[in-house]
Design a protein around this ligand. Sequence first.
Ligand code: SF4
Ligand code: SF4
Length: 155
Amino acid sequence: MTDDWLDSPFDPEQRYEHLEDVEPEFWKKKKLEDMSPREWELLCDGCGKCCLNKLEIRGRIKFTRTVCRFLDCQSCLCKIYEHRFKKVPDCRNIDLAAVREKPRWLPKTCAYWLLDNGQDLPDWHPLKMSLRNREVVSETGVNDYEDYIVDWPDL
Ligand code: SF4
Ligand code: SF4
């Protein structure tokens, strides 16, 4: 079997490079159903936990520590993202129905699940790790850097 259909490497961090045309903190102002496709994509932190295999036992989902064979465990990226539904029949699209499905099968840290359940994104989420809306100053004119030490939790 050849691996010709494996996707070429994709850097998910590129999604966060040009946020100028994205409304700041859009996730606090819009419901999931009102988000644009780009906003929806930005919310996924790429944790890969939705690719864990799960069991449904007596109406509850139990996560296993086994992952889909197509998950790259280093990057937590799908190796066949563009072809995933063709190659893996039970691979699920993460849409609103999936987020609201009962019993819950997305992890509690999943951005979609958090927002749909009235919670904010955690501080480690890539959208909150940008320097926008933070009190940073230009290094020009700074004499003593020790005066500017911060202990932000995501640093
Ligand atoms: S669990 Fe949620 S945040 Fe994590 S990779 Fe899946 S969709 Fe993205
Ligand atoms: S095929 Fe689906 S379940 Fe498997 S790694 Fe890719 S996205 Fe995850």
